[in-house]
Design a protein around this ligand. Structure first.
Ligand SMILES: Cc1cc2nc3c(=O)[nH]c(=O)nc-3n(C[C@H](O)[C@H](O)[C@H](O)COP(=O)(O)OP(=O)(O)OC[C@H]3O[C@@H](n4cnc5c(N)ncnc54)[C@H](O)[C@@H]3O)c2cc1C
Length: 462
């Protein structure tokens, strides 16, 4: 960059904020990141508890589709830490049964043949009815899902008349795993988009897990990379308000009263926090900002349970339509660095991490009540293996506002990264990009925000 370095303030140190910081320092900007919490990483953050065990905000699976995330990890030399699992999705059921959607290593759509003809649970008739419902998707590809954003997925499925078993046993846990809301609430567009991607790109549904904590393989390397190039990272620095003078952002006021300024600003906040820091003058300035109040974060709960034995040896993500654990994994299998408990080796046992959803009704329950319900779901799904099993440790994280809720009609309110204010840019999983609110989405939103900012700088310098 010519002349004096332009200053950029990034508000929020989650994956989107940290990615934006890296991209900007690589392009020669002077960067400062403001993060409210003591640790960076936001919804993907992890920390060690007083007994030395890693606690995560939530189970994070790495979908094959997130190529932008893997490009980033290759740049910070941590891609080796993504451990790819067998390309299959296993569902566990009450009573101890399970079924698996396998794939073949063939071009699309042949790779899905085994999932359709030999999953061992749904009949050929059920899968044929489902395939028929997907004809518009096969014909119009990614053009079709946006036309269905006015419907919930349950409503869409009702119109297509495919069986209830498919909805209850396959799509309910899928919707809850993706966005923590059930098919009766989620926009049909989301499930159709994901299905279309899985159908068109064979590797996109393959799942990976990190070798260890996201702090070690994502956030810390990102922070270190940017620090070495001069970026400043401030934790314990909650922003109270963006200062808007009717034309440009002139600074940010922190909760401690301090005011900081820069040439350009990127917000990388969760949607509910962004709405809190936007002044009324900005919400009234343009619908772009006023509309953001329509988006809201979904509650979700993460639970980890250590059992004294191996309840399942499946080294992959697991889905369950039964109970309150739609998606989970035995981290003692999937995540080698986590094979410990209180500093002692913990191989050959179970260290489950569960995403508990829908969580709205559960948020008010006590920790012990929630743990007991999760344990009940485990015992119902694995009655034989869990007989006599003891819980050695349990942890719980409640997130009242997590990813944005993609209800029907919300797509139009998702903001682009370029805003109507010339020096303000929006990053974050909820902002408009291909991957919704996910790790891939956070990275893509940051890439797009930085591209838009760089273009603006050249325009203003011209
Ligand atoms: C339980 C759970 C499981 C998930 N599983 C997966 C998965 O398997 N795969 C996947 O791809 N994605 C998953 N996600 C989604 C993924 O975590 C998010 O989409 C992604 O982390 C969003 O990143 P972000 O940077 O946009 O936002 P965030 O991670 O929310 O970061 C925003 C940051 O802003 C900070 N902040 C807030 N207010 C202020 C303020 N006033 N001033 C300064 N800083 C502030 C926050 O502390 C936070 O660090 C999951 C999410 C959850 C909650």
């Amino acid at each position: 960059m010519n002349g004096e370095k332009k200053k950029v303030l990034i508000i929020g140190g989650g994956l989107a904020g940290l990615t934006a910081a890296k991209r900007l320092v690589d392009r020669g900007f002077q960067v400062r990141v403001l993060e409210k919490r003591p640790i960076f990483g936001g919804k993907v953050s992890a920390w060690k508890d007083e007994e030395g065990d890693w606690i995560e905000s939530g189970t994070h699976c790495f979908f094959g589709a997130y190529s932008v995330l893997y490009d980033l990890m290759k740049e910070i030399k941590t891609y080796h830490a993504v451990l790819w699992k067998d390309h299959q999705l296993t569902y566990t059921l009450e009573g101890g049964n399970n079924f698996t959607f396998n794939t073949w290593n063939l071009p699309s759509p042949l790779h899905l043949m085994p999932a359709i003809i030999k999953n061992g649970y749904f009949s050929f008739g059920e899968m044929a009815a489902f395939s028929k419902a997907l004809i518009p998707l096969a014909l119009h590809k990614d053009k079709y899902p946006p036309t269905q954003d006015h419907l919930t997925f349950a409503h869409w499925a009702e119109q297509k008349k495919f069986g209830h078993r498919l909805m209850d046993k396959m799509f309910r846990p899928m919707a809850l795993a993706l966005k923590f809301i059930p098919p009766e609430e989620i926009s049909a567009k989301i499930i159709l988009d994901v299905t279309e991607t899985f159908y068109r790109i064979p590797d996109s549904s393959c799942m990976g897990f990190l070798k260890g904590s996201p702090q070690e393989y994502l956030h810390q390397p990102l922070v270190e990379h940017s620090r070495q190039k001069g970026a400043v990272f401030q934790n314990h620095s909650a922003v109270e308000e963006l200062l808007f003078d009717g034309e440009r952002i002139r600074g940010v006021q922190l909760r401690n009263g301090e005011i900081l300024d820069a040439d350009y600003y990127i917000t990388a906040l969760p949607i509910h926090d962004l709405c809190k820091v936007l002044p009324l003058s900005l919400k009234r300035y343009d619908q772009f900002f006023g509309n953001l109040d329509n988006l809201e974060g979904v509650p979700v709960i993460s639970v980890q349970l250590w059992y004294d034995r191996e309840i399942t040896s499946i080294d992959n993500v697991l889905f369950s339509p039964d109970g309150i654990i739609p998606v989970f994994a035995n981290l003692a299998s999937t995540t080698p660095d986590y094979r410990s408990l209180r500093g002692e080796p913990f191989a050959g046992k179970s260290r489950f991490e569960f995403c508990v959803a829908p969580a709205r009704e559960l948020m008010g329950l006590s920790r012990d009540e929630i743990i007991a319900r999760v344990d009940q779901s485990v015992r119902a799904n694995f009655p034989k293996e869990s007989k006599g099993a003891r819980i050695l440790k349990s942890t719980l994280v409640k997130i009242p506002h997590s990813v944005y809720a993609p209800l029907p009609g919300m797509e139009r309110y998702r903001p682009t990264q370029k805003s109507p204010v010339s020096n303000l840019f929006i990053a974050g999983g909820y902002s408009r990009q291909l991957y919704y609110d996910s790790m891939g989405g956070a990275v893509m939103s940051a890439n797009l925000a930085v591209d838009a900012l760089t273009r603006r700088v050249s325009e203003e310098g011209a």
